[in-house]
Write a protein that binds this ligand. Sequence first.
Ligand SMILES: [Zn+2]
Length: 256
Amino acid sequence: MLEIIPFPALKDNYIWLLKNKASKHIAIVDPGEAGPLLKLIKTERLNPIAILITHHHWDHVNGIADIVEIHDIPVYTPKTESVNCSTNPVDEGDKVSLPELELEFQLLNVPGHTSGAIAYYNDKYVFSGDTLFTAGCGRLFEGTPPQMHASLSKFKSLPDKTLLYCGHEYTVANLQFAQTVEPDNPAIQERLNKARQTRKNNQSTVPATLAIEKQTNPFLRCEEPDVIQAAERYAGSKLGNSTGVFGAIRKWKDNF
Ligand SMILES: [Zn+2]
């Protein structure tokens, strides 16, 4: 049976561990640091089989070298980004097979946060790195609003029941912004109450279904009349299309 474990790292990162409970094989998503994770691997006698990287930022890759020094395992990385210790550069259209976990992932190219960011998905899960966050999306460090908007549309086209696993614990702050954009959306208030309670109990608010994302994440709602109106009020002008709406609320969030 598969277990997906959030391993908190650095300030607010999640390293995701995909674990076969019986065999203790694990795949590691975005190890931003190695020390505490290597300790866990040792004490629990886990058996690493692969590292999956979503993008090149240091807080997602800094642990790779120390892990592969001890465990000689494949490191899947975005084809167009330079990542140390990469063994398997991958791209949209490629597949990643993890037979020890009875898992296979397909890939999406999702530029915007970084220019070569990728996401790993199958019919149950999507690992989005810093591109799509629970109730938000990543900053545009290397990409443009049209690129990011197109990338988010790819996530939006995945089935509602898909569970979203992202790289940081940002849900509460993201929902506070979502509420500012859409004060009359009761699903946002409800989710915010729940997320606050979850954090109070020191638990992770991630994953979330894409269904709840589509109801509450303003960056996936750029076609909704209320979101368009709020974005145009912020921008002080008509925005024309959903890419323009996306660009305005991304800028709004940067200044929030
Ligand atoms: Zn990042």
